[in-house]
Design a protein around this ligand. Structure first.
Ligand code: FPP
Ligand code: MG
Length: 318
């Protein structure tokens, strides 16, 4: 099951609407320098879920937005922010695999990857010139949260003293803020009331948090074939998440098991003391909170699809 399947079931977004996003994304990655075009296209067309653009389209429709063309630049912008951040993230994480294919850094080296991330980010700036200033401000704020959240996560590498609240705050910034921008800004464009726009903002924040917690547990329990990206990389880097934090608080031997290179053993250990179940319980609470926010919105197909995405965020296997 993919994001598109989930949204399709409700018939909330048409193929034609998705095609508008795809066309604009393709256009956005054309450079005068062939290598930049190829590298940017490599990541943009690598089969991403397009979750963030669909969140923007659904939030716009949930509030009865009158003209879908109005929300397309936002939908494209959020995918460009996400893509640029992934290109840079794969450099800093030293990852060679993303979406089942080689990363830009693995294929063309760090310098080209750095420039490709910059290029995608600059194409985003150019695209933003058509947006109104409230939306530009919102996108800029979420980019700031993203880079600050990522910086905080990096500064906390190896810090086993980080609290659960500290982890959740970082997740809110590095993932929640962009999800929240998708839904909140789309709600603003649709002309929603302040309460409706606030509900969409909180929905996005909770959904993003649930989604990232699930991402972090998959890193511990899945295989790289299943995920199309390297696994156990967080533990290797000393990047904390809920399950290891839970284990460290409850078991004397956790630090040793989690720092050993045997990731299968680490997974068995985390499963056996209930750390993965615990993390997923918290993810389910965030998904539930996200769904609660939707009660402030009109009941439409798009609203139902947003609720389904909250279930999908935690049920997904990749
Ligand atoms: C993925 O995390 C990374 C992020 C959610 C944010 C990364 C942000 C930056 C690199 C800052 C630069 C930002 C811009 C806009 C250019 P992860 O490593 O946990 O996920 P993964 O398992 O998919 O790699
Ligand atoms: Mg990464």
């Amino acid at each position: 099951v993919t994001v598109c399947d989930v949204v399709d079931r409700r018939g909330a977004i048409t193929d034609g609407e998705l095609a508008l996003v795809e066309d604009a994304l393709r256009e956005a990655v054309v450079s005068n320098v062939g290598l930049l075009s190829r590298a940017a296209e490599h990541i943009i067309l690598s089969g991403g879920k397009r979750l963030r653009p669909q969140l923007a389209l659904l939030a716009y429709k949930a509030l009865g937005g009158p003209d879908i063309a109005e929300v397309i630049p936002l939908a494209v912008a959020v995918e460009l922010v996400h893509t640029a951040s992934l290109v840079h993230d794969d450099i800093t994480d030293g990852s060679d695999l993303r979406r089942g294919q080689s990363t830009v850094n693995a294929r063309w080296g760090h310098t080209v990857a750095l420039l490709t991330g910059d290029f995608i980010f600059i194409q985003l700036l150019r695209l933003m010139s058509v947006l109104d200033s409230r939306i530009i401000q919102g996108i800029a704020d979420c980019c700031l949260a993203l880079v600050e959240g990522e910086a905080e996560h990096t500064l906390s590498l190896g810090d086993t003293q980080i609290t659960e609240e500290g982890y959740l705050r970082i997740v809110g910034q590095k993932t929640g803020a962009l999800f929240s921008a998708c839904t909140e800004l789309a709600g603003t464009l649709a002309g929603g009331s302040p309460d409706q726009v606030a509900a969409l903002r909180d929905y996005g924040l909770h959904l993003g948090t649930a989604f990232q917690i699930r991402d972090d547990t998959l890193d511990l329990t899945s295989t790289s074939e299943e995920l199309g990206k390297p696994v156990a990389s967080d533990l290797r880097q000393g990047k904390m998440s809920l399950a290891p934090l839970y284990a460290l608080q409850r078991s004397e031997c956790a630090a040793e098991v989690l720092s050993s290179p045997d990731s299968a053993q680490a997974e068995r250990f985390l499963q056996s003391i209930g750390a993965i179940d615990y993390a997923m319980k918290i993810a389910a609470e965030y998904a539930g909170a996200a769904k609660q926010c939707l009660r402030a919105l009109p009941r439409r197909k798009a609203t139902a699809a947003l609720a389904d995405l909250a279930d999908f965020a935690i049920a997904r296997a990749r």
